[in-house]
Design a protein around this ligand. Structure first.
Ligand SMILES: C[S@@+](CC[C@H](N)C(=O)[O-])C[C@H]1O[C@@H](n2cnc3c(N)ncnc32)[C@H](O)[C@@H]1O
Length: 272
């Protein structure tokens, strides 16, 4: 199989391949992307209880989110895709991986085993978390993002002045308080685990430059693609489900190239 045999969605400059991400990355040239932003399956869909519309319901985000059989198999999957992600990253490129406790320890171990160097562990604090259904634990009110460079020798991009403006004296911390996805970002269709644009924008703005190529192995509804386009970066992604690749295409089509880059202002980092 070659890249041209795969079906694509999106547009020139922001392309989603309908493909398994490991198969796609094996077709991509080594050292070709500036940054990876990955929101992999958290393996949360165990049938355990959650609250949906005020009622108890089993967690089921889709077959793609179920465990592959055991913790060991889920970890092997993380090693497989991270190894390919490392191969396609440029020497000074960086990777972002999101997760909850269900996978983040596997991700952290896999990253370090493969030779990546962790730069930051970001806590995405959610001011509006769903309640804990059974009252048996603290409400889960955050997710983690691990940001890592390809290896110890890498000289990664960090746009310090840009992300700390307008007041470079007060440094942005590794705790990011960002609300869940606003309604206006859901106008083009439903994805069960869509990420807020504000979260992905911040990561890409901090770690990439205009014209860079961003890769997302688990594209979903295309949040990374939209953030990349709005910041005038180029985008390639993989998504296994046609329904979500089509949703990503609609979102990409509606996004304006460079629009957010032009709008960066004092209110950009207000965390809402
Ligand atoms: C957690 S969601 C990503 C959501 C995305 N960040 C967004 O904001 O919409 C993971 C996505 O990866 C897709 N997926 C799961 N396994 C995959 C694989 N091996 N290759 C490509 N896509 C995969 C799923 O269909 C799902 O849409």
């Amino acid at each position: 199989m070659e890249l041209r045999d795969l079906q694509t969605f999106g547009e020139p400059g922001a392309i989603v391949y309908l493909a398994d991400c490991v198969a796609l990355m094996r077709l991509m040239p080594a050292r070709s992307v500036d940054a990876v932003f990955a929101d992999p399956p958290y393996r949360l869909s165990t049938g355990g209880p959650t609250v949906k519309g005020g009622r108890l319901a089993p967690v089921d985000k889709g077959v793609w989110d179920r465990s592959l059989g055991s913790f060991e198999e889920d970890h092997r999957f993380n090693v497989r895709w991270l190894r390919e992600a490392r191969r396609v990253l440029k020497p000074d490129g960086t990777i972002w991986v999101t997760g909850t406790h269900h996978i983040i320890f596997s991700i952290g171990f896999a990253l370090q085993t493969l030779g990546f160097r962790v730069i930051n562990q970001i806590t995405w604090e959610k001011p509006d978390p769903p309640p804990n259904a059974l009252h048996t634990a603290f409400t889960h009110a955050h997710e983690t993002l691990v940001w890592a460079s390809k290896d110890r020798r890498a000289r990664h991009t960090f746009n310090y002045d840009l992300i700390n403006s307008p007041n470079p004296g007060s440094q942005m911390s590794s705790v990011w308080r960002i609300r869940s996805v606003p309604k206006r970002e859901k106008l083009h269709g439903y994805h069960p685990t869509q990420k807020p644009l504000r979260l992905v924008r911040r990561a890409l703005l901090a770690s990439t430059r205009e014209g860079n190529l961003v890769f997302d192995p688990f594209c979903g509804s295309g949040t990374t693609a939209v953030a990349a386009k709005e910041l005038d970066r180029f985008f390639v992604g993989a998504e296994m489900e046609r329904e979500y690749a089509e949703l990503a295409e609609r979102r990409i089509g509606a996004a304006g190239r460079g629009v957010v880059l032009r709008e960066i202002s004092e209110t950009f980092w207000d965390g809402t």
